[in-house]
Design a protein around this ligand. Structure first.
Ligand SMILES: CC(C)[C@@](O)(CC(=O)O)C(=O)O
Ligand code: SF4
Length: 821
């Protein structure tokens, strides 16, 4: 009961309310309320499901769209992936998604849908994203949804498969971090500037292992769109998730969205209002930010932490005392083609991109249009691209005349998609082209091989387009009189999608009896389950606004949360046996690795560097070694760069990779990075620290990550310079040289070690908890029906439409899509 009475953070409350079961190794099975999928990170997950003959547990809790690969050029009516996507690999990815959603009855907004768009734009805008939810997606920017007080984070493809099969994730509690923002944001300073400033202050690894709750008067003042931009980039600060407590703004944003609850709205609202950090709750770390210090901010380098006010000058390596930052500065200056001391405002750009899941919402286009109105882009701008985040954003902007302002200024006004954020379609940078971009990543070659990215806010992007050089909005004269109609028109999201969910009343006897039967399945005592359930019901009546408490009461009675091999439970024993059997079927991780070491002297090696984006269009998980570090390894003509470590003959047989700097694997969630490292022959990566999503992905695939201190890094470098092999003993956590001398120890959490040693398949292990998952779902239907009300499977929506004969735009849009299959 301690968890109920102790003051808790918002994060802890959401986490606790989603615990399906606690496992013996200290991890928990966390229920996932909402799952978003897209074409790039899902094909291998569906393939995994097929291989094991598994189905999708709750298709209606997953929502799919195609966004990364889709062209943003004009989309004719009735467009089909087979003809519209001219790049073969992209077309195959989209078609595979279409086949998978059809087979599994997953709602899908694809090329024909008005509601198609970037996953992190459509989730909130459709009301799929709700406060208090757990939300995941095979995409690091899932952190965006934290703006709603949802626990939302990116996962790798193995975890996508896990969620599809079990509707849960294996999880551990993160650390609690609080970023408090006081003061006031000046005119022309946006939440994007604020977030760049925060990342500049705490660094790209500043949030590692933590969930950041943003709070303070400045956060309260932000609109929902601005909050989304802020939370979106939490991953760029290394955090597992960003969170903002839901308030009136959140609630009125969600209300009447197409997939939001209606009949159960009042209960939902009452519950959401309880979702805030209790007074006296303890954060592991608190960072105070004064918004008065924030000015329009841009990045000058190749990491989102390399930021500078637009009024500043490009830094020199000597400005940094930390040797890692000094080296990073040197590398970034060379890549970006910049000279220290240059005024940022004198940096001329070639292209301007307003779009991406960070800044492609209606408010972003409104703000940029205010700057662009009556102006035209500078002659040196080769391309100015405006790409709405979704079909609905595009429509809303067009209703307000915003598209006209953009077009008159010389921008191209496109269809929705990820576009030049990642350049998986035709929208990308040519080598050495410089871009002011409202996206979130300035990694090397992110927007195009050898392209140069400056991250900026939408108003800075607009001002830059006009000036031709990086510019603050205040540098652009306000035009007199509107050049086009620009007014705020509220898009009507209330399009008559009435609820047909079977809202289970508390008195629903059939569901109550099914609850009792599932409960008894593992508690071994139907009468006890009944008693417990009666107590819970009573509690719910008294505290109907507190789901956390209701769950806790239930669990407090000892009815749930059996640990994996909990005593006395036949079901648990059976599960344990099943998993033990499974373990013997899996190949055991050999606890000793011996091999030569390839050394990369860099910090913050991002997954875009490990597995460049142009290869992300694959639907394979094997044979990807050729793409490993491709941009660092090969010249544009395909010839190898002789100085890159993997091209040296002695590296061909290396099975250990050492990164000398911290934060290896930061950025994108693409699990391809792990698959490529393994395919090349690496069995272990050693580094001072790792980014969270990459860490998870590696262990899911049996790639050992060994964390060492600076002394051990130096020792390994010395040994490998003399051609020595390194021996790794996982059991003892030691590193030895050829003479068997221990040259250092490495850190690895016990449970990760056991995971590797046992070789247990995680999905099998989680499926063994099916009774607990079922029970949790029953409880949830009773205690928080609003999370079930707005979601429907594709099949259900269409069945209902056929039965009622009623026109329903949401359903029509889904049907439209289905016609293309
Ligand atoms: C799928 C990929 C291209 C991604 O969206 C994935 C991610 O961020 O996790 C990216 O932006 O790098
Ligand atoms: S970061 Fe870019 S590529 Fe990734 S989801 Fe957002 S818009 Fe798409």
């Amino acid at each position: 009961m301690d968890s109920v009475t102790r003051p808790r953070t918002l994060y802890e409350k959401i986490f606790d309310a989603h615990v399906v079961a606690e496992r013996e190794d200290g991890t928990v099975l966390l229920y996932i309320d909402r799952h978003l999928i897209h074409e790039v990170t899902s094909p291998q997950a569906f393939e995994g499901l097929d291989k094991h003959g598994r189905s999708v547990r709750r298709p209606e809790l997953t929502l799919a769209t195609s966004d990364h690969n889709v062209p943003t050029s004009e989309r004719p009516q009735g467009v089909k992936a087979s003809t519209y996507l001219t790049r073969e690999d992209s077309r195959i990815q989209v078609q595979k998604l279409e086949r998978n959603v059809k087979r599994h009855h997953i709602p899908y907004f694809g090329l024909r849908s008005k509601r198609q768009g970037i996953v992190h734009v459509i989730g909130p805008e459709l009301g799929f994203t709700l406060p208090g939810n757990t939300i995941v997606c095979g995409d690091s920017h899932t952190s965006t949804h934290g703006a709603f007080g949802a626990l939302a984070h990116g996962i790798g493809t193995s975890e996508v498969e896990h969620v599809l099969a079990t509707q849960t994730l294996v999880s551990t509690k993160s650390r609690n971090m609080n970023v408090v923002v006081r003061g006031r944001l000046a005119d022309g300073v946006t939440s994007k500037d604020l977030m760049l400033y925060i990342i500049g202050s705490i660094g790209t690894a500043g949030g590692t292992g933590s969930v950041i709750e943003f709070s303070g008067p400045v956060i309260e003042d932000l609109s929902m769109e601005s909050r989304m931009s802020l939370c979106n980039m939490s991953i760029e600060a290394g955090a597992r998730a960003g969170l903002i407590a839901p308030d009136e703004k959140t609630i009125s944003y969600v209300k009447r969205r197409e997939m939001a609850p209606r009949e159960t709205w009042d209960m939902a609202e009452a519950y959401w209002k309880t979702l805030r950090t209790d007074a006296g709750a303890v954060f592991d770390k608190v960072v105070e930010i004064d918004a008065n210090d924030v000015t329009p901010t841009v990045t000058w380098g190749t990491s989102p932490e390399q930021v500078i006010p637009i009024t500043g000058v490009v830094p020199a390596p000597s400005d940094f005392s930390d040797p890692v930052k000094k080296e990073g500065c040197l590398q970034a200056l060379a890549y970006m083609g910049l000279t220290p001391g240059t005024n940022v405002a004198d940096i001329a750009v070639d292209k301007v991109f307003i779009g991406s899941c960070t800044n492609a919402r209606i408010e972003d286009f409104r703000a940029a249009a205010q700057i662009l109105r009556g102006h035209t882009i500078a002659p040196n701008i080769k391309l100015a691209l405006a790409v709405p985040g979704s079909g609905l954003v595009k429509r809303a902007a067009e209703d307000e005349g915003i598209d006209i302002i953009f077009k008159r200024a010389g921008f191209q006004w496109r269809e929705a998609g990820c576009s030049m954020c990642v350049g998986l379609n035709e929208d990308s940078l040519a080598p050495t082209e410089r871009c002011a971009s409202t996206s979130n990543r300035n990694f090397e070659s992110r927007q195009g091989t050898a392209g140069r990215t400056h991250l900026v806010s939408p108003v800075v992007a607009a001002a830059t387009a006009i000036k031709g050089t990086l510019a603050a909005p205040s540098q652009v004269a306000k035009s007199v009189g509107p050049a086009a109609r620009l007014q705020h028109v509220n898009v009507d999201f209330d399009v008559g999608f009435s609820s047909d969910s079977e809202t289970l009343s508390e008195e629903d006897s059939s569901s109550q009896s099914s609850l009792i039967s599932t409960s008894s399945e593992y508690s071994g005592s139907p009468s006890k389950a009944k008693r417990v359930w009666t107590a819970v019901k009573k509690h719910v009546k008294e505290h109907h606004d507190s789901m956390n408490q209701a769950y806790s009461v239930y669990y407090g009675q000892g009815a749930g949360r059996r640990s994996f091999s909990g005593s006395g439970s036949e079901h648990s024993k059976h599960a344990a046996e099943q998993v033990a059997q499974q373990a013997t079927n899996n190949s055991r991780f050999e606890d000793n690795i011996k091999g030569s070491v390839a050394v990369i002297e860099r910090a913050n090696i991002d997954t875009d560097a490990i597995f460049p984006k142009q290869f992300c269009t694959t639907t394979q998980r094997t044979g990807l070694g050729h793409a490993l570090f491709s941009n660092l390894r090969y010249n544009p003509d395909g010839s190898p760069k002789p100085n890159f470590v993997l091209n040296r003959p002695e590296s061909r047989s290396a099975s250990i990779l050492l990164a000398t700097g911290p934060n290896f694997g930061c950025g994108s969630s693409r699990e391809h990075a792990v698959w490529a490292l393994q395919d090349f022959g690496f069995r272990c990566v050693i580094a001072p620290s790792f980014a969270d999503i990459f860490y998870n992905n590696a262990f899911k695939n049996g790639l050992l990550l060994a964390q060492v201190n600076a002394d051990v890094v130096n020792r390994i470098v010395t040994e490998s310079n003399t051609g020595q092999c390194i021996k790794i003993n996982l059991e003892q956590q030691t590193l030895r040289n050829d003479q068997n001398v221990v040259i250092g120890r490495f850190e690895i959490p016990e449970r990760r070690k056991q995971e590797l040693l046992s070789g247990i398949g995680e999905i099998e292990a989680s499926l063994a908890f099916h009774s607990q998952i079922k029970l949790y779902e029953e409880l949830r239907r009773q205690l928080s029906p609003w999370y079930e009300e707005g979601v429907r499977s594709q099949a259900n929506v269409r069945r209902r439409q056929l039965a009622t004969g009623q026109s329903d735009p949401f359903a029509d849009d889904l049907k439209n899509e289905a016609l293309a299959w």
